[in-house]
Design a protein around this ligand. Structure first.
Ligand SMILES: [Zn+2]
Length: 570
């Protein structure tokens, strides 16, 4: 048995994520974690909310709340929604945790000791009335290019021109409205990533098994233009982790915080400490320190492609730079984008289905199945209501749901609610066992390789095998002339329900629980040997007929939802 550390990219705190975000990291990470646990591996699956930075401050201000209170509330909201989708995190932490404060400061101090931090003096806009430096998006004024009056300090939303705050005509603070702005000097810390370029390049070159999507993005950032640049790791903000050198003050950096990109990935590590401190586990360092037992851990990260540069370069630079034995990632599974019905998901225009809305209209398995079976692995994918309706109705209701319903009801009507005795296998059953064995092995192979769509296709094919068997052998017809053989066919099919429950659990955990409960067994062991697994429920074993596993989505619902989630068109 192996040990697997799994992290999903941590979602930003300011609002509820859409289905594209879900399928780009958390959901496939959950699929993999569930599968590995079922196979008997030791798994630590971590995720958290990413809580620092200007967008959190702005969102809190908009909500009229102190930022700490806003973040605490939104963390609870996101945690609840994650539960709703059955995301089986061992811990869902917070990048604002005391553990992450301490660890981030320790990393920065260690990097400074290694000569990997330099101080840079920059000019930045200071608001006298607000008593603070203003990030670019806290400054608005008239665009020098098009005359738009609400251009932001970094960009004009009207003509899209990239701007510096000093370009704006009549600039003012968006916090107080004050025009009393000055350009002042301020000092910031930079991580000397450029010093680590060769080490990072060699490390990425050694990852020959990584998806091309992952390595191509990393190499582009490493080599394009002037190559990997040093990056600022501090900000003049209130909300964040105070800049300290370990537990010591950092002269000249008083009142500053670490930049969110620096502390957010360190939360992957701090989250394991939070997990331990929450009483959910022990020895967190044996997951993260190779000198304390983590040398046999396989660490897999899941993320959307936009997050790849941070996870292939910036975070590894942070870790390598310390010269301490922290665990580096072994495999990065990255995803393209899921688009929504001919365009993109848009938070500002309310376009697309967001995680909370999805759960209001259908249970999680429907979404999990469709999203995972359409995971944007090799290219962008597209959600349409037509394909969603069609696939859910066919795969879940017609194939899996119908199989379970048909055989349990038939058995109840002819043999009662116990597994019937009698009969023995013929060529059809031997063939089925052989086909199931082949497909099960392919399914395991795809899940081990985190080939999500291929695994879904294989699972669907396995469900189809059961239906085809029933169709071809028709126990309801057999029963009329040969009740012994019909009993054997029914017994096999009832056992197949238990196997389906176990195998399908990573994709559709709720349906899996329902099937296992209906079969009145606590045997949820993986069907390593299909022939043996088909005898797990012996003759005489009692079961119940479950409620319909899945209902069909109607045309009317499809039309209503398409309209409801279309958003405000530009
Ligand atoms: Zn403009």
């Amino acid at each position: 048995m192996a040990r697997h550390l799994i992290t999903s990219a941590i979602p930003y705190i300011n609002g509820i994520k859409h289905l594209g975000n879900l399928v780009g990291s958390q959901l496939p990470a959950d699929l993999y974690a569930r599968y590995l646990r079922q196979r008997g591996h030791e798994v630590l699956f971590l995720c958290a909310t990413d809580e620092h930075g200007t967008p959190a401050e702005l969102a809190a201000a908009k909500a009229g709340k102190p930022v700490a209170e806003y973040c605490a509330e939104m963390h609870d909201v996101q945690a609840r929604i994650a539960d709703g989708f059955r995301l089986s995190f061992d811990h869902f932490g917070r990048s604002s945790s005391p553990q992450n404060h301490k660890l981030t400061q320790a990393f920065a101090g260690r990097l400074a000791d290694q000569g990997l931090i330099r101080e840079v003096t920059e000019e930045q806009v200071y608001s006298v009335a607000d008593g603070r430096f203003l990030p670019d998006r806290y400054i608005e004024g008239t665009c020098p290019n098009c005359g738009f009056e609400s251009a932001r300090g970094d960009q004009c939303d009207n003509c899209t021109k990239q701007l510096d705050p000093t370009d704006l005509i009549n600039p003012h603070s968006t916090i107080s409205g004050s025009t009393e702005l000055e350009v002042r000097e301020t000092k910031h810390l930079y991580l000397r990533q450029s010093f680590l370029k060769d080490k990072l390049a060699a490390w990425i070159d050694s990852k020959t098994d990584w998806p091309i999507l992952t390595t191509s993005i990393a190499k582009k950032w490493l080599n394009d233009g002037d190559g990997l640049q040093d990056r600022g790791i501090t900000r003049d903000l209130d909300w964040g982790i105070p800049v300290k050198k370990g537990d010591q003050d950092w002269p000249g950096m008083e009142g500053k915080v670490f930049y969110v990109w620096f502390d957010a990935p360190i939360e992957y590590i701090a989250c394991a400490q939070e997990w331990q401190d929450a009483g959910k586990g022990t020895d967190w360092e044996r997951w993260w320190r190779t000198d304390k037992g983590a040398d046999d851990v396989r660490y897999t990260q899941f993320m959307g492609k936009d997050n790849v540069p941070f996870h292939t370069l910036s975070f590894p630079a942070t870790i390598m730079g310390t010269q301490e034995p922290w665990k580096l990632v072994d495999y990065i599974k990255s995803f393209n984008y899921l688009n929504y019905d001919g365009g993109q998901f848009s938070t500002s225009r309310g376009r697309g289905v967001f995680m909370d809305q999805a759960l209001e209209i259908l249970p999680p398995d429907y979404w999990r199945w469709w999203l995972l079976s359409h995971a944007p692995e090799t290219s962008d994918a597209e959600f349409t209501w037509e394909t969603f309706q069609q696939d859910v109705n066919k795969d879940l209701a017609d194939v899996l749901g119908n199989f379970v319903s048909r055989i349990t009801k038939f058995c109840r009507s002819k043999f009662g609610e116990t597994v019937p005795a009698g009969g023995s296998y013929g060529p059809a059953e031997e063939q089925l066992i052989s086909d199931l064995t082949t497909r099960l092995s392919a399914y395991e192979h795809h899940l081990d390789a985190i080939e999500v769509r291929k695994a879904a296709a294989e699972l669907r094919a396995i469900w189809v095998l059961g239906n085809e068997y029933l169709q071809a052998n028709a126990p309801w017809t057999t029963f009329k002339t040969d009740s012994e053989t019909a009993a054997m066919q029914v017994r096999l099919a009832l056992n197949l329900i238990r196997i389906y429950a176990v195998m399908s659990a990573p994709f559709i955990p709720d349906a899996s629980v329902t099937m296992i409960a209906a079969m009145q067994t606590d045997d949820d062991s993986w069907p390593g040997d299909v022939a043996a697994a088909l005898t797990a429920l012996p003759a005489g074993h009692a079961f119940t007929v479950p409620e319909n596993l899945f209902r069909k989505i109607t045309d009317e619902e499809r039309t209503d939802w398409a309209e409801r989630f279309a958003g405000v068109r530009d």
